[in-house]
Design a protein around this ligand. Structure first.
Ligand SMILES: CC(C)(COP(=O)(O)OP(=O)(O)OC[C@H]1O[C@@H](n2cnc3c(N)ncnc32)[C@H](O)[C@@H]1OP(=O)(O)O)[C@@H](O)C(=O)NCCC(=O)NCCS
Length: 147
């Protein structure tokens, strides 16, 4: 497994990465996985946002970090950022976020949202370090599309 000094290769996520990425998500506290994270919706998301979602792999080609990144033409969205515990603290999360923001900016998208669980204080501190500010005036509402 990765050592702190190891260099990681960051590249776009493909659907072939899905089993490893999904395994990382479900083993990472702070990442909430539901039916929208199954293979087909994830493949659709990657197709609609080509090249934006990223993975990082170690020298054994094992995936140690991932993030979903997309936009709707107006705003960007990052979700499911996860760094394997053994690869944390060496700047990988920052690097993935920076590459995503640069790619969004390159496509003319001026703002990027992220949703985190309200009780995930560690993630809140990380996103603050990434320059994010909590929108205390907003709350997320949701329902299923079928009745
Ligand atoms: C949050 C997470 C992605 C950080 O990844 P990481 O690769 O360890 O982060 P980095 O090493 O790039 O750290 C970047 C900066 O954030 C800070 N940071 C990272 N984790 C932090 C924490 N738990 N508390 C406070 N600051 C933190 C680092 O000190 C660093 O600061 P600096 O560069 O300004 O000195 C990782 O801990 C993780 O996967 N957590 C669980 C999943 C999760 O909660 N994801 C967010 C939901 S979208």
């Amino acid at each position: 497994m990765p050592a702190a000094s190891e260099t990681f290769r960051v590249r776009p996520m493909t659907i072939d990465d899905y089993p490893a990425v999904y395994a990382l998500w479900v083993s990472t506290p702070g990442v909430g996985v539901d039916e929208t994270d199954e293979r087909d919706p994830t493949a659709r998301f990657l197709e609609r946002n080509p090249g934006l979602s990223l993975v990082a792999a170690d020298s054994d080609q094992q995936i140690v970090a991932a993030v979903l990144c997309g936009h709707d033409g107006r705003r960007g969205y990052l979700s499911h950022l996860a760094v394997d515990e053994r690869a944390r603290g060496v700047g990988l999360g920052r690097r993935l976020v920076a590459e995503c923001l640069a790619a969004l900016a390159g496509q003319g998208v001026g703002k990027c949202n992220v949703r985190i669980f309200a009780e995930n204080e560690a993630a809140a501190r990380f996103w603050e370090r990434m320059g994010y500010a909590r929108r205390a005036d907003l709350a997320v509402w949701q329902r299923t599309t079928s009745s």
